[in-house]
Ligand binder design. Structure first.
Ligand code: AMP
Length: 230
């Protein structure tokens, strides 16, 4: 199967911060040729482009690692899912993050008769997570992410994809990392049972080499072409 394959679906990536949702979500989305809708990236873009607005003020809590209110993040994500490019399929990453958000998403998609097909739960130990998050460099322009030790950019401090200067995210500092992990356990982890009960959860071992993890992701999302909507 080649890149841009006609196989596609409506998929959510679940997992703690640092599990690789962004990296794997991006790979699956480009493999299928559908949008990678990453709630964190969308929110950070609003902070950059609409500084001073009421919307940006509601989003500012992300610097501390806290969660943005459900209504705000829902509005931003659903706007992205309404775009024509997302009608063939999409890869959602970072949303939903709580059972309430999962119900909002279920309602939104069922009104459009495009129910979610698969939820990929990335499994990874806490030690590996902290190591990944604490060396992470992110491109504020295109969202690409690197690791100072394990996956450095070709030129130090510069994004391979777009040439922008890389930065350490405000919420990749030790305090916000602890808050994000705590919120994950408290709010997001219950979603594993929520989707398991609906028969939609496929768990994937997210430790180790990125390409190997992607093979597992592809294997776990196989078969979706049977229910494609064009
Ligand atoms: P991420 O890039 O997915 O790690 O998200 C970065 C930050 O954006 C999170 O720590 C939250 O502050 C905020 N955020 C992203 N997605 C959501 C969501 N679904 N609900 C609430 N806040 C979110």
């Amino acid at each position: 199967m080649s890149e841009g394959s006609s196989r596609a679906g409506r998929v959510v990536f679940l997992g703690p911060p640092g599990a690789g949702k962004g990296t794997q979500g991006n790979r699956l989305a480009s493999f299928w040729g559908v949008p990678h809708v990453a709630s964190g990236d969308l929110l950070r873009r609003i902070l950059q482009n609409r500084e001073g607005s009421a919307l940006a003020a509601a989003i500012r809590v992300i610097d501390k690692g806290s969660l943005v209110p459900d209504e705000t993040v829902g509005q931003v994500v659903f706007e992205a899912l309404d775009l024509p490019g997302a009608q063939r399929g999409f890869v959602l990453d970072g949303y939903p993050r709580s059972v309430d958000q999962a119900r909002d998403l279920e309602r939104y998609l069922s009104e459009r008769r495009r129910p979610l097909q698969v939820v990929i739960g990335l499994r990874i130990g806490e030690a590996a997570l902290i190591a990944r998050l604490s060396g992470r460099l992110t491109c504020p322009n295109c969202g690409a992410s690197y690791h100072v030790m394990k996956d450095p950019p070709q030129t130090a401090g510069v994004c391979d994809q777009c040439g922008n200067v890389l930065a350490v995210r405000e919420d990749d500092q030790p305090g916000p990392i602890r808050t994000r992990l705590m919120l994950y356990h408290q709010k997001t982890e219950p979603l594993l049972s929520f989707y398991r009960e609906r028969g939609m959860l496929r768990e994937v071992d997210a430790e180790g080499d990125e390409a190997k993890v992607f093979e597992r992701v592809l294997a776990s999302s196989g078969g979706l072409e049977k229910s494609l909507i064009y």
